[in-house]
Design a protein around this ligand. Structure first.
Ligand code: MBD
Ligand code: FE
Length: 281
């Protein structure tokens, strides 16, 4: 294992690719539906080609870039940053509970369960501002759900995720945990506030971003998966009011309903209440 100051796109990318490949996915798409989707994709792509008169040089650069994204293990990164928000938003439109947002490439299942109240696993000298995050998980009728699970994972104050740190030595479950709600559906989490996050940009995803004069930043965010028996699992993210990049997320994943406004509590620690409402399955 190599030790580098900063996780490289190739390092965190291959970790994300390997984790994803640990599953085998399938879908029951009919040939008719596949035909309709492929035809539409190619038709719309051809319209772009004609409209912009895409050149042979541009075509070859594209081909080269696509190969490099794959070789660098950056497909989970590129897809989750640039495409996943359309999939998530389109699928989420029919539900009335808490809004979802993209999962991103760095989720790991089975993080340690801390019960209804706990402090996120963190290093003794973990950097960042302490932050208390409490709330209740409810059904659409407003009843608290006991035994709901709230999975939380987020980057550290330097913007790095455990298990995707390219050998930097962050402990395995750092800033990753599962909470189980109490009899009223409540949870009480203490953690550190994450920093704005720069997606790894030293590889082909970064080249893509500079090619159109963009930036690689995401606002500081918490990732969550919340569910309960008989309820729809929501995957979402929460952001911080007034934070840098909230209005201009490279991943297009901010929604106004998902912005937190922590305030100092009686002990002077930033605290916020955010409740989750789950649709039935
Ligand atoms: C992240 O942390 C993230 O949330 C997304 C969507 C893409 C890359 C890294
Ligand atoms: Fe993230």
């Amino acid at each position: 294992m190599t030790t580098t100051a900063v996780p490289t796109a190739a390092g965190s990318g291959s970790a994300a690719t390997d984790k994803f490949k640990g599953n085998r996915f399938s879908s029951e798409t009919s040939t008719e539906r596949a035909a309709a989707i492929y035809k539409d994709v190619l038709t719309k792509l051809s319209e772009v080609i004609y409209e912009h008169e895409v050149t042979y040089d541009e075509y070859r650069v594209l081909k080269q870039w696509l190969i490099e994204v794959g070789e660098g293990g950056e497909w989970p990164l590129w897809l989750d940053v640039f495409l996943e928000h359309f999939i998530e938003d389109s699928n989420g439109r029919i539900f009335t509970g808490t809004k979802g947002s993209i999962e991103g490439p760095y989720y790991v299942p089975n993080a340690p369960d801390l019960g209804a109240k706990g402090v996120m696993p963190m290093r003794e000298d973990e950097k960042g501002t302490m932050f208390v995050f409490t709330g209740q998980v409810r059904d659409l009728e407003g009843a608290g759900i006991e035994g709901a699970t709230v999975e939380l994972w987020h980057a550290d104050a330097d913007g790095f995720y455990s298990q995707f740190d390219d050998g930097m030595g962050i402990p395995e479950w750092n800033l990753r945990a599962t909470f189980t709600t109490d009899a009223d559906g409540g949870f009480h989490i203490t953690t550190v506030q994450p920093a704005p996050y720069q997606i790894p940009h030293d590889g082909p995803t970064g080249e893509f971003i500079s090619s159109y004069g963009g930036h690689p930043w995401r606002p500081a965010h918490l990732h969550l998966k919340v569910t309960a028996p008989g309820k729809r699992l929501i995957t979402t993210q929460l952001y911080f009011q007034g934070g840098e990049w909230v209005e201009d997320d490279v991943a297009g994943a901010v929604k106004p309903e998902l912005i937190l406004a922590p305030r100092p509590n009686a002990d002077g620690i930033d605290e916020v209440v955010y409740d989750f409402v789950l649709d039935p399955v």
